[in-house]
Design a protein around this ligand. Structure first.
Ligand code: ATP
Ligand code: MG
Length: 301
């Protein structure tokens, strides 16, 4: 296991930010950490990266305990913090070499060049960080998180502030990184989760409310909503005879919205029903529930 979190609780003064949170992340997994504002995502990430101590529980990264083996944890982890704090007066290369020095990496210069290429910083590499646009600062943050080639990457909202082109570049970079590294990232962009994460952990009010593979989260909780248009008028009563169809809402005499919570695809049954009743299906449209809907449902409270 790359990350093991067992019964972690964090209390800030009077506020409980994390309540008995447990989860594991396996090697080379890309996990999306979702939750509304204030849910506890950044708090969990800060604990995993040894920035703040937990109040209770145990967290391990690459089998090192964050509370007692902090140096080993830090050697194995790369962290892009939420607001990406950088030294604005330093030049990009100077800063990355400085970070490389902290990690005591050999061939620092070569590694900096590699990171600049990997994060697409070439044209901005000779500027001061303070002179960079937000997206390029974000790239510097990514480069510093990866410079020591850590096994585990923790990224708190890594794609915030990127333009659509940069967004695509950084997402594919993260996806590629996930082939050799364990990545945990937080985000508010649901498409991002669907595009890059193998697994999703949803946290609400400091408690985990879902921990599933992205695919199964999309499918299991899915209500199938099918819009179907027949060539003739048809009654609701008859439509409710279709296997697994729970409700039918009329859009017009011939067009209906059918709802099913069956795990099996109900379209086959609809076609069979049409054949049996001498109807033609003119259009049929299946709409899947999105992670966004699941998120809203689970974090309403
Ligand atoms: N240093 C602190 N002192 C007191 N309370 C804090 C501190 N840091 C965080 N909190 C509180 O803990 C809760 C969880 O905050 P956290 O930053 O972990 O949320 P988050 O899920 O990252 O939210 P966001 O999506 O807005 O980034 C919030 O209610 C926040 O106000
Ligand atoms: Mg946060």
């Amino acid at each position: 296991m790359s990350i093991q979190v067992t019964n972690i609780t964090k209390i800030y003064g009077k506020q409980k930010a994390l309540n008995n949170v447990s989860f594991n992340v396996g090697e080379n997994e890309i996990v999306g950490f979702l939750g509304p504002n204030g849910a506890g995502k950044s708090t969990m990430m800060k604990i995993l990266t040894c920035y703040i101590p937990q109040t209770e529980g145990v967290a391990k990264v690459c089998n090192f305990d964050v509370a007692t083996q902090s140096i080993d944890v830090r050697k194995n982890i790369g962290y892009l913090p939420e607001h990406n704090p950088l030294y604005l007066d330093m030049y990009v290369k100077e800063f990355l070499e400085f970070v490389g020095g902290i990690y005591k990496i050999k061939n620092s210069k070569q590694r900096v060049t590699e990171m600049i290429e990997l994060t697409g910083l070439q044209i901005e590499q000779n500027k001061k960080i303070g002179a960079l646009s937000k997206g390029y600062r974000q790239r510097v943050g990514l480069a510093q998180a990866m410079i020591h080639d850590p096994k585990v990457l923790i990224m708190d909202e890594p794609t915030t502030g990127l333009d659509p082109n940069q967004l695509e570049d950084i997402r594919s970079l993260i996806k590629n990184l996930g082939k050799q590294k364990t990545v945990m990232l937080s985000t508010h962009i649901m498409q991002e989760v669907e595009a890059i994460c193998d697994r999703v952990i949803i946290i609400n009010n400091g408690e985990i409310v879902a921990d599933e593979e992205t695919k199964s989260l999309q499918q299991n909780k899915t209500q199938q909503i099918i819009t179907v248009e027949f060539d003739k008028a048809i009654s609701e009563k008859l439509l409710l005879q279709i296997k697994d169809i729970e409700s039918a809402k009329s859009k017009s005499e011939t067009t209906w919205e059918l709802i099913s919570s069956s795990k099996d695809d109900v379209r086959k049954a609809i076609f069979e029903f049409a054949v049996k009743n001498n109807l033609s299906v003119l259009t049929l449209n299946k709409q899947e529930q999105k992670i966004e809907d699941v998120f809203k449902e689970l974090t309403k409270k």
